[in-house]
Write a protein that binds this ligand. Structure first.
Ligand SMILES: [Ca+2]
Ligand SMILES: [Ca+2]
Length: 489
């Protein structure tokens, strides 16, 4: 291996020195010893581990090179007696020599394979490599290039591309020539046999270029990641519903509230009367005010292992917190090529909220809203399944009780009276030694119900339109704010 490695490096330097951009010349392919898929299956031996096919390729130096000449160096090992080169352009050679030269007459990407065996078939080995032959310095003129991580070919890498990996999971095809998975540049690649319904070849799903679609292909997506975008183009009013549901709707903040609290929300997919039918993957993102969440790991997504989508080993589930973009992306996909139907909670999203930040806000009630901003649900072939979302975003309201606790310390508090409490008809507010400016009335969800102006030192607010419950009054005076709570019966 070391020798080869040095040789590869030397070759690379030679080529760079010559400034020839015809071929990438640095890869060596090793075969694995395979049971022989023989022309005559009766002759398949029990053991075939005696040889290993290997070769590397080199642009032919001199004038021949400009025409597409390649020299193949045979580095196979073991006691083999027969050999076959398939140059990928419809020609082949059985010349058993240390080097074999071949002239390609057309630009293209070719899959070159080398098979070796002996007469008894006690050894058989096969290896393959992709090579590009072009007189242009732009390899993307040869094929629609792979940008590692952009499986769906929309120009960026995000969790929609992770769904593509779920669609093609386990499929194999030609390896990419000299793949650079961590480079965001177009890489020529041979087409695979399979394409999606939308006409995207599966080679784009093999983001690391090793010839198989699997977990390793997630890394280039994350490496080149951009936040999901797009809006709700894949939603439909009648579709099964997807929602984010908080476990609480109101959090009352007192002096005893912990400095960080956890808000959990379920990602609810479908319902008993309208389940999801024949789905394979889903991706969505939701927006939130990240100034309220912890800087490190402010949002964590946990897949629900017991949900209808499948157990941990049957899916890829991934949450990507993007604090600067004030959003978290989420994707879940199956891996086995089979659609699934069902409904229920598929994941839990935990937001870690900094209470000091909420305390520092001037409002008595601080809403934390989390709208779903993008969503795409697909079946196993990549067809879109329209779903609906709740027009009203998931939300939790933080209501500060601490200012009320501090009422005793608020010198203005005794100058403001609110009565009667509880109230049925009319809320009266009277000020002593203060001039009123306005009153804001919040319900227990923290929603602003109305704003009411003062007639200098007093005002009356009808409670007839208010449903029963606790209300918070923000009473703004010329000398400061006073909060009062009142119960409407
Ligand atoms: Ca993409
Ligand atoms: Ca791969």
């Amino acid at each position: 291996m070391n020798k080869l490695h040095h040789l590869r490096r030397a070759l690379h330097q030679t080529i760079l020195g010559l400034g020839i951009a015809l071929f990438s010349l640095t890869s060596v392919a090793y075969g694995t010893s395979l049971p022989l898929a023989s022309k005559d299956s009766n002759e398949i031996p029990s053991s075939t581990v005696d040889c290993q096919a290997a070769f590397y390729k080199e642009a032919y130096e001199g004038a021949f090179a400009t025409l597409g000449g390649v020299t193949f160096h045979n580095f196979s090992e073991g006691d083999y007696s027969s050999i076959n080169w398939d140059f990928g352009d419809g020609t082949s050679s059985s010349e058993n020599a240390a080097t074999v030269s071949h002239l390609y007459t057309e630009s293209g990407i070719y899959e070159v394979s080398l098979s070796i065996w002996d007469d008894n078939y006690s050894c058989y080995s096969y290896t393959t490599q992709t090579i590009s032959v072009t007189t242009s310095s732009d390899p993307c003129l040869l094929s629609d290039c792979v940008y590692p991580g952009d499986a769906d070919k929309n120009g960026k890498a995000d969790l929609l591309d992770l769904m593509a990996i779920g669609m093609g999971f386990g499929l194999t095809g030609p390896e990419r020539e000299d793949p650079e998975p961590m480079e965001w540049l177009g890489q020529a690649a041979l087409n695979w046999t399979e394409s999606t319904a939308a006409g995207i070849n599966y080679k784009h799903f093999d983001s690391d270029g090793n010839g198989v679609i699997d977990y390793q292909d997630i890394m280039p997506i994350l490496h080149h990641y951009s936040p999901m975008d797009g809006d709700l183009e894949y939603t439909s009013y009648n579709g099964p519903k997807i929602s984010l549901d908080f476990e609480v709707d109101t959090v009352f903040i007192t002096e005893d509230t912990e400095s960080i609290i956890t808000l959990n929300a379920g990602v609810i997919v479908g319902a008993g009367n309208k389940p999801m039918e024949d789905i394979y993957g889903m991706a969505l993102y939701f927006d939130y005010d990240s100034t309220l969440t912890e800087a490190a790991e402010g949002v964590v997504v946990n897949y629900n292992d017991n949900c209808f989508f499948g157990g941990q080993n049957e899916v890829i589930a991934y949450g990507q917190e993007l604090r600067n973009s004030q959003q978290t992306d989420l994707a879940i996909t199956r891996l086995d090529g089979q659609n699934i139907s069902g409904y229920g909670r598929v994941a839990t999203v935990s937001f870690f909220i900094i209470i000091d930040v909420i305390d520092g806000r001037s409002e008595a009630a601080v809403p934390f809203e989390v709208p779903i901003s993008g969503i795409k649900v697909i079946d196993k072939d990549g067809n879109i399944i329209p779903v609906s979302i709740d027009p009203k975003p998931a939300n939790v309201v933080f209501i500060k009780e601490s200012p009320i606790t501090r009422v005793n310390n608020n010198p203005l508090d005794s100058q403001v009276s609110v009565f009667p409490n509880p109230v049925t008809d009319v809320i009266n507010i009277e000020l002593t030694g203060l001039n009123g400016e306005y009153v804001k009335v919040f319900n227990s969800l923290g929603q602003l119900i109305r704003t009411h102006n003062f007639d200098q030192t007093s005002t009356s607010i009808s409670a007839n339109n208010l449903s029963s419950g606790m209300y918070l009054l923000n009473i703004q005076t010329d000398k400061g704010l006073v909060n009062k709570r009142i119960l409407v019966e």
